[in-house]
Design a protein around this ligand. Structure first.
Ligand code: ADP
Length: 383
């Protein structure tokens, strides 16, 4: 072989190596097939996404890629690629694995001419990307928008109806008690809306990871007494008593006063809401590395089934006794988010018709260094 031929061959093999490392460095799975759908080339990412640890070269594509559509119907990938005449892509398919697990994928199929000139042949290049996480975030966002707008619309409609009634009654010179009643109902809905918007704002900050923790010295006695003072009246109106069980051995706790207060406040307002008779106990005791707080009630209780769901976004029990109270189903979800930020653990024990006990262990966080850093910022990236 003469030198120029040798050089050409060297050049060709260098090019090949370059292309190989290029497709191997791609994050997306790449699979190239011949015109009958037999696999010619693939990269490491394709092996990953297809969950294969043996070579897939020379195998028919439909023996290694099992697809299902968004209605869980099987899709024959071979037929799909053979019927592709211009590049096509979809985000509505999933790969079905042997163990019945699935991964949602972005799939693109492009008919190509593989190789150069006369040596080239028709074939297809497939690109596969795992978009399971992206999809679940999209679905969650869509659900959130639809539930949130529904939750907002209902009180606005009621408030609007009552205010327009009140106006009509004023024009007609109606009884002022009726007018007052309509305005009171509108007012209640507006208060409810403002609570909902507050919950949504905290939630959105927690989810975007921008809640910061200002670590301060917390006096658990004062914190609990504060809560008792704030809610005594509301409880009394329902004929409920608020009792306390505060251990005398409590030491100063270093954590976020704001979030610990918000968490306990959520427990206390729920306890009042979901208890018709009896009492509510707010307690605290020292525990290795922190303080355990609890709020116990003698209320309607939470069924075993619901206990695992009450911390989910917008979840409210179907029980009519829950539904007769206003609520957004966001309180405990936000509580759980805040607990995570504080590395705290929540425990729920409850029995239907007997009552519930929500307890939370708040660990002491590192004390801020005086003078230099008056408040330590724990970025909420642990949410
Ligand atoms: P909301 O009270 O606004 O509905 P939460 O997220 O605070 O939302 O609570 C979710 C659900 O958990 C409530 O709707 C209710 O079904 C249940 N729940 C929470 N706390 C109690 C409690 N102390 N007793 C009985 N059920 C409770």
């Amino acid at each position: 072989m003469d030198d120029s031929k040798m050089n050409e061959l060297d050049q060709a093999s260098i090019e090949r190596e370059r292309l190989k490392s290029l497709i191997n460095s791609m994050a997306d799975g790449v699979v190239a097939t011949d015109e009958k759908g037999q696999i010619l080339i693939y990269n490491g990412a394709a092996m990953n996404i297809l969950d294969s640890n043996t070579t897939i070269a020379n195998k028919p594509i439909d023996s290694v890629v099992k697809l299902i559509d968004k209605d869980s119907q099987q899709v024959n990938i071979l037929q799909l690629i053979l019927s592709t005449h211009t590049a096509f892509s979809t985000r509505d398919m999933s790969i079905l694995y042997d163990d019945q697990n699935i991964a949602k994928v972005y799939l693109s199929i492009a008919p190509v001419h593989l190789g150069y000139g006369k040596t080239g042949a028709r074939g297809y290049v497939l690109l596969l990307r795992d978009i399971t996480r992206e999809k679940s975030l999209e679905e969650e966002r869509d659900e959130f928008v639809s539930v949130a707008s529904h939750e907002l619309r209902t009180p606005i409609t009621i408030a609007e109806g009552n205010v327009s009634n009140a106006l009509l009654m004023v024009e007609r010179g109606d009884n002022s008690d009726l007018i007052k009643q309509a305005l009171k109902q509108a007012y209640d809905q507006i208060i409810f809306l403002s609570g909902l918007i507050n919950d949504l704002a905290t939630l959105s900050r927690a989810e975007r990871g921008i809640l910061t923790v200002k670590v301060e010295a917390i006096n658990a006695h004062d914190l609990i007494n504060n809560l008792v003072n704030s809610y005594q009246e509301e409880a009394k109106r329902k004929g409920l008593q608020i009792l306390t069980e505060i251990s005398p051995n409590l030491e100063t706790l270093w954590s976020s006063q704001l979030y610990v207060h918000e968490i306990l406040q959520n427990f206390v307002t729920n306890a009042i809401k979901y208890t018709d008779k009896g009492h509510i106990v707010i307690g605290a005791q020292p525990k290795e590395g922190g303080i355990e707080f609890w709020v116990q009630d003698t209320g309607i209780g939470i069924s075993k089934n619901d206990q695992s769901r009450v911390f989910a976004k917008f979840y409210r029990s179907e029980d009519y006794r829950t539904r007769k109270n206003k609520g957004t189903g966001l309180g405990l979800y936000v509580t759980m988010k805040l607990a995570k930020i504080l590395s705290a653990q929540i425990n729920l024990s409850s029995e239907l018709n007997q009552g519930s006990k929500f307890s939370i262990f708040i660990p002491a966080l590192e004390q801020p260094h005086q003078q230099i850093h008056p408040a330590v910022d724990y970025r909420a990236n642990r949410v």
